[in-house]
Write a protein that binds this ligand. Structure first.
Ligand SMILES: [Zn+2]
Length: 86
């Protein structure tokens, strides 16, 4: 089933722009998100988001990463090891 995906217009830490699926509790409000389209796979949505923001990554809550993509899992590890901002 295809889902609607959005990317956050505001960059987070590390200059990342987080991609969310519709219905995610972390979805930014209307003014701060960009509609990407409907996709069958989160990787396709992230690829589309990268056309707008090179630092686009999937939300850990709604966009579980495909472990067959080594680059994506590296990004996930990097994100988890980022210390919380003070
Ligand atoms: Zn999300």
């Amino acid at each position: 089933m295809a889902l609607y995906y959005y990317v956050n217009k505001q960059s987070g830490y590390n200059d990342n722009h987080v991609v969310h699926a519709a219905g995610c509790p972390h979805l930014p409000d209307m003014d701060n998100r960009l509609f990407l389209g409907s996709f069958y796979h989160v990787n396709a949505a992230i690829l589309q988001a990268k056309k707008y923001y090179a630092g686009a990554i999937g939300c850990e809550n709604c966009c579980p990463l495909n472990h067959s993509d080594p680059q994506a899992s590296q990004l996930s590890v990097a994100l988890k090891h980022t210390p919380p901002s003070r």
